[in-house]
Design a binder for this molecule. Sequence first.
Ligand code: DX5
Ligand code: ZN
Length: 223
Amino acid sequence: MNIIIAPSLLASDHARFGEGAERAGRSGADWLHLDIMDGHFVPNITFGPQVVKAIRPLTKLFFDVHLMCSKPEILVEHFAKAGADEMIIHVELGEQIPSLIRQIKSLGKKVGLAVNPPTAIAAVEPYLEQIDLLLVMTVNPGFGGQEFIREGLPKIQQAASWRRDKALSYRISVDGGITNMTGADCARVGADTFVAGTSLFGARNLKFAVAKLRKSVNDAVSH
Ligand code: DX5
Ligand code: ZN
């Protein structure tokens, strides 16, 4: 699986989302990760479909939209129209998952499923055949700049062994506290998609930081 580097716009200047998206587009990154928080599923609020629509023309990057929302069913159509390429929903929503997956697919978009640190990885197993990406959260969602939770590593390993055993092709993404070092740790156990906010947008040179993260994870898997 090729490596994807996805800077998270959450860590960019919130007075200048357009500039952040353009900078990410010029940085050599593969995707732009967009964190949508509703003040209910997580104790924070970010932005909605209008911001996504406004920045869509500014970059060709794939828009990876992470819905940390209690009622994604009322939002997915709006995000699809605004230019999302993939929408990630949380497995913690439980019985709503099958219909949300159907809804996102019917909009012609890719589907991701995220799992929070306190949730057992077994919760995602019933959906693996239906998803394009599995997102293992390595912090409790809601805020950027938190410390990487190492308990995510065995979950990534399990996700990778299911993928092999079941001959599936979903991506394995990690999100939260990803640096050159923790990214390499995740790559070693099977992650291929790396979301990073603070360590990329917080760097003096975004392009250099993206290249460095890519090299760290590539080196980790080739050694
Ligand atoms: C956390 C978000 C992350 C966040 C990661 O709730 O889902 O995408 O941007 O930020 P860092 O890389 O700073 O931990
Ligand atoms: Zn995220």
